[in-house]
Design a protein around this ligand. Structure first.
Ligand code: AGP
Length: 610
C-alpha cells in the first residue's frame, strides 16, 4: 500500500528519496511523486503514474535538487490512478503533503475549505490535509502548531508528512492509524512509513505512537503525544539486513523467499526448541505464567495469516485440548462476540500493520480478553508494540506481495504455541514428543520438498490456459488448500476456490468438468480413505486431478489424475510441508502467464487501510 519517505539534510536528498521509494515498491502502488525544497525555498514537485523508475527518469531529466524533501508511492483509494491524484499534494505553492491512510471526513472538509476559497486540483482526500494546514498557518501558527491543530479536524487514518516552502529547515509528521518511523542520521534525519526505506542511510529508528506529532530538523527530533505534550520515544537499533531487498540470484523475490523457507524455519526454532521441549518464556517475559491460565484461544488475522490461524485451530484443539475460534479481522472488529473465560487473543500478521487486525486487537483489549499475543514478522511494528506478548517469526524481510516464508514461520510458531498451551491443558506425552520430533525434522523436510521443483514446473504448463480451479483438502490440510487457492488467484489471476473435500457433494461438484483442474492435498493421515472417496467423486464426473500425495498414500497417475509425491513427514508438520509445492505451483503458473509475480495487480504488501 502507499509508501512515504522524507528527509531533512544538508546534502541533496533526491537519491535517498528515490532509493527509499524503490525499497517500498514491494508494498504495491500505482503512481509516485516527490516534492523537493532547496535551501532558498524553491519548490519542485514531480509526479508520475506507473513505476518509481518513471518518476526517477523525470526527476533526472529535470535535474531536480533539494536538501529537504518528501516522496510517496500511492495506492489509489480516493480518485483514479492519474498524475493529478498522485502525491505530494500542495496548497498555495507553500504547503506540500504526503499521506498514507484515509481521511474519512474529507468531503465535509473539502466543502468547508472550498467555501474559504481553496481550489482543489485532485480528487483525493489527502489534498484536504494540505489546505487545512495552510489555513491554520494563515492564522499565524508555526508549522508544528498548524499540523497539531489540523489533525484534530481529521477523522480516519493518517501517516502524514508536511513541508513548508517558507521554511525548508523542517518537516512535521503526524501518525494515527498509519505507521511512521523516524530515521536518525548524523546531521540529517529521515521519515518513512517502513524502516526498509531508510536502511541505506540509518539503522537507528524511533517508531511513532498513535496520536504522535513530530517536528524533524537536521539536528533535532521533537515528538509530542496526542495531548500535545513533549514525549521521549525509545530509539531502536534495527538488525534487519541492509540487502534484504536483494533477489539473491533468483528471478523473483517470491522464488527466493520460497527457497529460504528451510533456513527461516530453522531460525524460528533456534534457541526456542530444546531437545525435548520448549525453552521457557519464548513468547515473551512472563509468558508461561499467562499461558498456564489459558482455557480458550481467539485468533484474529487476514488473508494468508488467517489461513495460519485456521490451521492452528486444528492443532490447538487436537493436541493442546483448548477450544479455539478463528476469525477474519474485518468481521471480528464490527460484530459483538462472546469473550470466553481465560481467553487469549492471538493476532497473526506478517507486517504487524494490517489495519483491520490492529483495530481488532484494540477492540479486544476493551472487551475483557485475558491477554493478547501477536505472532508477527516485523519487530517494532504496531501489533508488536500494542500486544501484551509478542513472538517474532524471524522470517526476514518478505518482499513478494504473496506471502510464503512468513506463512510457514507463522505455522511453526503455532506448533510451538500448541506445545506451550498444551503443557497446562493435558497435552499427552506422546503428542508432545511427536510435535517436538516433527519440528526438529522440519527444516530438512522442507529442503527435501523443494527438491521436487522440476515436476511442478511441468505441471504448471497444464494450468496456464485454465480460468478456474478447485483446491481440496481435509482436516488440517483444508486451510492449506485455502492458502494454495489464494496463492494461485493472487499471482496468476486464475480463479481458485478451496473446499473441505467432504463438502464437494453439497454444491461444488456441479462445477466439475475437464476445464476445471482439481488440486488435492493428500498426506497419509487418518482422513486419507475419506479423501480418496472424494477423489473418486471427482473422477466419476470427468474431473482432471492433480494430487500432492505422500508416497505411501498409494495414488497412481493415470488419464484423469496426475500424482506428485511429497516426502513423507510426521503428521503435525504435514500442513507446513504441503504448503511448499502449492506455492511453487502458483509461482510457475504465474511465470508462464507472464504476470507481475512480486507485485500482482491491485494488491499491496502491507494493508494499512481498512
Ligand atoms: C498473502 O499472500 C497476502 N498478500 C495477504 O493475504 C496477507 O496475508 C494479508 O493482507 C494479511 O497481511 P499481514 O499478514 O501483514 O497482516
Amino acid at each position: 500500500m502507499c509508501g512515504i519517505v522524507g528527509a531533512v539534510a544538508e546534502r541533496n536528498v533526491v537519491e535517498i528519496l528515490l532509493e527509499g521509494l524503490k525499497r517500498l515498491e514491494y508494498r504495491g502502488y500505482d503512481s509516485a511523486g516527490v516534492a523537493l525544497l532547496q535551501p532558498s525555498g524553491e519548490l519542485t514537485r514531480i509526479r508520475r503514474t506507473g513505476k518509481v523508475q518513471e518518476l526517477a527518469d523525470a526527476v533526472a531529466e529535470d535535474s531536480a535538487l533539494g536538501s529537504t524533501g518528501i516522496a510517496h508511492t500511492r495506492w489509489a483509494t480516493h480518485g483514479g490512478v492519474t498524475e493529478r491524484n498522485a502525491h505530494p499534494h500542495c496548497s498555495s505553492e507553500r504547503i506540500s503533503v504526503v499521506h498514507n491512510g484515509i481521511i474519512e471526513n474529507y468531503l465535509a472538509l473539502r466543502e468547508a475549505l472550498t467555501q474559504q476559497g481553496y481550489t482543489f486540483t485532485s480528487d483525493t482526500d489527502t489534498e484536504t490535509i494540505a489546505h487545512t494546514v495552510h489555513a491554520e498557518m494563515q492564522k499565524g501558527k508555526s508549522l508544528l502548531a498548524a499540523v497539531q491543530n489540523s489533525v484534530k479536524q481529521f477523522h480516519g487514518a493518517y501517516g502524514t508528512v508536511v513541508m513548508d516552502s517558507e521554511d525548508p529547515s523542517r518537516v512535521v509528521v503526524a501518525r494515527s492509524g498509519s505507521p511512521l518511523v523516524i530515521g536518525l542520521g548524523l546531521g540529517e534525519n529521515f521519515i518513512a512509513s517502513d524502516q526498509m526505506a531508510l536502511l541505506p542511510v540509518t539503522r537507528r529508528f524511533i517508531f511513532l505512537e498513535e496520536g504522535d506529532v513530530a517536528e524533524i530538523t537536521r539536528r533535532e527530533v521533537s515528538v509530542y503525544d496526542a495531548n500535545g505534550e513533549p514525549v521521549k520515544r525509545e530509539v531502536i537499533e534495527s538488525n534487519i539486513e541492509h540487502d534484504a531487498g536483494d533477489k539473491g540470484g533468483c528471478r523473483h523475490y517470491m522464488l527466493k523467499e520460497i527457497h529460504e523457507q528451510p533456513t527461516v524455519v530453522r531460525n524460528a526454532l533456534q534457541n526456542r526448541l530444546g531437545e525435548s521441549g520448549l525453552v521457557a518464556d519464548i513468547f515473551g517475559a512472563g509468558a508461561d505464567d499467562i499461558l498456564s491460565k489459558v482455557k480458550h484461544v481467539q485468533i484474529i488475522a487476514c488473508g494468508t495469516s488467517y489461513h495460519a490461524g485456521m490451521t492452528a485451530r486444528y492443532w490447538l484443539e487436537q493436541y493442546a485440548n483448548v477450544s479455539c475460534n478463528v476469525e477474519i479481522a474485518s468481521e471480528f472488529r464490527y460484530r459483538k462476540s462472546v469473550v470466553h473465560q481465560n481467553s487469549l487473543l492471538v493476532t497473526i500478521s506478517q507486517s504487524g500493520e494490517t489495519a483491520d487486525t490492529l483495530a481488532a486487537l484494540r477492540l479486544a483489549k476493551e472487551v475483557g480478553y485475558m491477554a493478547s499475543l501477536t505472532i508477527c514478522n516485523v519487530p517494532g511494528s504496531s501489533l508488536v508494540r500494542e500486544s501484551d506478548l509478542a513472538f517474532m517469526t524471524r522470517a526476514g524481510a518478505e518482499i513478494g506481495v504473496a506471502s510464503t516464508k512468513a506463512f510457514t514461520t507463522q505455522l511453526t510458531a503455532f506448533l510451538m504455541l500448541t506445545l506451550a498451551v498444551g503443557k497446562y491443558n493435558g497435552l499427552s506425552e506422546a503428542d508432545s514428543s511427536s510435535i517436538v520430533k516433527a519440528l526438529h525434522s522440519l527444516p530438512a523436510k522442507l529442503e527435501e520438498t523443494l527438491a521436487i521443483t522440476q515436476g511442478i514446473e511441468d505441471l504448471a504448463e497444464e494450468f496456464a490456459d485454465k480460468n478456474h480451479s478447485l483446491f481440496l483438502g481435509r482436516g488440517d490440510q483444508y486451510p492449506i488448500a485455502m492458502e494454495g487457492a489464494l496463492k494461485l488467484k493472487e499471482i496468476s489471476y486464475i480463479h481458485a476456490e478451496a473446499y473441505a473435500s467432504g463438502e464437494l457433494k453439497h454444491g461444488p461438484l456441479a462445477l466439475i468438468d475437464d476445464e476445471m483442474p482439481v488440486i488435492v492435498v493428500a498426506p497419509n493421515n487418518e482422513l486419507l480413505e475419506k479423501l480418496k472417496s472424494n477423489v473418486e467423486e471427482v473422477r466419476a464426473r470427468g474431473g482432471i486431478m492433480y494430487v500432492f500425495a505422500d508416497r505411501d498414500a498409494r495414488f497412481a497417475s493415470d488419464d484423469t489424475m496426475r500424482v506428485i509425491n511429497v516426502p513423507h513427514c510426521e503428521a503435525p508438520i504435514a500442513p507446513i510441508v504441503y504448503t511448499l509445492p502449492l506455492q511453487l505451483l502458483s509461482y510457475y503458473v504465474a511465470l508462464i502467464k507472464g504476470t507481475d509475480v512480486d507485485q500482482p495487480r491491485n494488491l499491496a504488501k502491507s494493508v494499512t487501510v481498512e
